[in-house]
Design a protein around this ligand. Structure first.
Ligand SMILES: [Zn+2]
Length: 501
């Protein structure tokens, strides 16, 4: 019988605590079935585009969580191996109160035991607010308080409507069920959508890679595999908050069931259950919009260990030819600041950078963030801008070290975080498009008069390049060839749910 993952455990509510759920989920958890080595025949540059993936489904067709019988008691720790994988997507934390509705009848379940309290009619409002260590609920003439409140449609065709924290509380239609519990680290309520993995991906893929014609379906399929792999490798990663992934750019953009795309849905269905693994573990399948001609090496971007499948390589066929993402809107870009504009931006972003890099793991990786001119100079007050220069580049031509000299001292910036410091003067986009740029600096005496960045690409550049993948698909490459190009040495495999699902 398919199993659900437990709702968040209040016992694991201490920050940093790992619940029994995550302990069961995190170890190597995939029973590997049919695997395809992404070998030489599928490598880019061959003519083997449009190779058909022909792998048996490792699982029975999944049933949405809401169709399963309601547990009446805490589940035993030993579980059957098969079943749909449920993802806990964090919609918001710290919400003072909220209202949920469903498009059809739904069950109101309470507490860890998921005790069925009542049936909420379709369209009726379930009002929730924080009360002490619990959630006060009210619907129709009934009300009460519980440690966890779940709204679960009686039919998987119905949707729960919840406020979208990413878009000013506009209504968001969701598959699966919505779980609400007190914010583990502060005030208010945490709102989580518990949704089956494949249904979750329907709300992710079109927002991450966009909507495209059927000629690009292999790229959408590669995106689906990357997003699925990212998801399974991050299960439990936000356990301290009581869910797996955020519903926004901190993890993957997720907008529920409101505006799914039929081509993306086909790409997801065509790769159902498929993930990329390396050394028996799901890979960290990063992806970004436009690599600008060469992908990044993970350890030059973030303080992470090197990975064989995330090495820098040109985004072009191995036998030469045009760069796959050369037609991207932001293959080349330019940003310019007057000295005054940059000075006022840096007054805010340089202290933020120093604080961000003070975390010990980041500090070890990035080296000293600030060298004062004189003892006692405060990195929190940069003062007038005196100079800015790229000191070192990575092997992929991205900024390895950028030094910014101000009246207070020299700030040493490393890796992708430089994009959070050199913020565009217009505020759009919110951070610099990439760390792949050269600077032109005009001086007036000892002050900076104008700075211009000539850059390439959009995003961190690690892993799959979305615009490059789209071009590959349109040139006839299949999903395997695309994945082997961007994640060399990773293996495409189908999995079935392991213990803890
Ligand atoms: Zn690219």
């Amino acid at each position: 019988m398919p199993r659900r993952r437990a709702v968040p455990s209040v016992q694991a509510s201490r920050p940093g605590a790992t619940s029994a759920v995550s302990r069961r989920i995190l170890p190597p958890l995939f029973f590997l079935f049919m695997t395809i080595i992404l070998g030489a025949s599928a490598m880019v540059g061959g003519c083997g585009g449009r190779k058909k993936i022909d792998m048996p489904m490792a699982t029975e067709p999944t049933q949405p969580a809401v169709s399963q019988p309601l547990p009446t008691a805490a589940e035993p720790s030993t579980r059957p191996a098969a079943g749909p994988l449920l993802v806990r997507v964090g919609l918001s934390t710290g919400v003072a109160d909220l209202q949920l509705t469903a498009t059809g009848d739904a069950f109101l379940l309470l507490d860890q035991m998921r005790r069925r309290e009542t049936r909420v009619s379709g369209g009726a409002t379930l009002a929730l607010t924080r009360r002490g260590d619990g959630v006060a609920w009210r619907t129709g003439g009934q009300s009460g308080t519980a440690e966890v409140v779940v709204l679960q449609p009686v039919d998987p065709a119905y949707r729960v409507i919840a406020p979208d924290a990413e878009r000013s509380g506009q209504p968001l239609a969701l598959r699966g069920e919505v779980v609400v519990f007190p914010n583990r680290n502060g005030r208010g309520l945490t709102v989580v959508n518990v949704v089956e993995l494949e249904a979750y991906l329907r709300g992710v893929v079109p927002w991450e890679i966009g909507r495209h014609g059927r000629d690009a379906v292999a790229a959408l399929a590669a995106q689906a595999v990357a997003a699925r792999t990212y998801t399974v490798s991050h299960l439990g990663a936000r356990e301290a908050l009581g869910f797996d992934l955020w519903a926004g750019i901190r993890d993957q953009v997720y907008r529920g069931a409101a505006d799914e795309d039929p081509v993306c849905n086909d790409a997801i269905a065509g790769t159902a259950g498929q993930v990329l693994i390396h050394a028996g573990e799901p890979i960290t399948a990063y992806y970004s919009s436009t690599c600008g001609g060469i992908t990044s090496q993970i350890e030059e971007v973030w303080p992470r260990r090197p990975e064989l499948y995330l090495v820098s390589h040109p985004d072009r066929p191995t036998d030469g030819g045009e760069v796959f993402c050369a037609g991207a809107k932001y293959f080349h870009w330019q940003e310019s600041w007057s000295g005054k504009q940059l000075e006022s931006i840096l007054a805010r972003t340089l202290p933020q950078y120093v604080k961000y890099m003070s975390n010990s793991e980041r500090a070890t990786w990035a080296g000293p963030a600030f060298s004062p001119h004189q003892r006692g100079d405060d990195p929190g007050r940069p003062g007038p801008l005196k100079g800015i220069a790229v000191v070192r580049l990575t092997r992929s031509g991205r900024v390895a070290q950028l030094d910014i000299t101000t009246a207070a001292g020299i700030y040493h910036l490393r890796g992708d975080r430089v994009r959070w410091v050199l913020v565009p003067a217009s505020g759009k986009p919110a951070i610099l498009r990439s760390a792949r740029f050269e600077l032109t600096v005009e001086m007036a005496g000892d002050r900076v008069r104008r700075v211009t960045a000539h850059g390439g690409g959009y995003g961190h550049g690690v892993g799959l390049c979305q615009v490059g993948a789209l071009q590959m698909a349109r040139s006839g490459y299949g999903v395997e060839a695309i994945l082997s190009h961007y994640y060399p040495g990773a293996t495409l495999t189908s999995f079935t749910a392991g213990e803890g699902r």
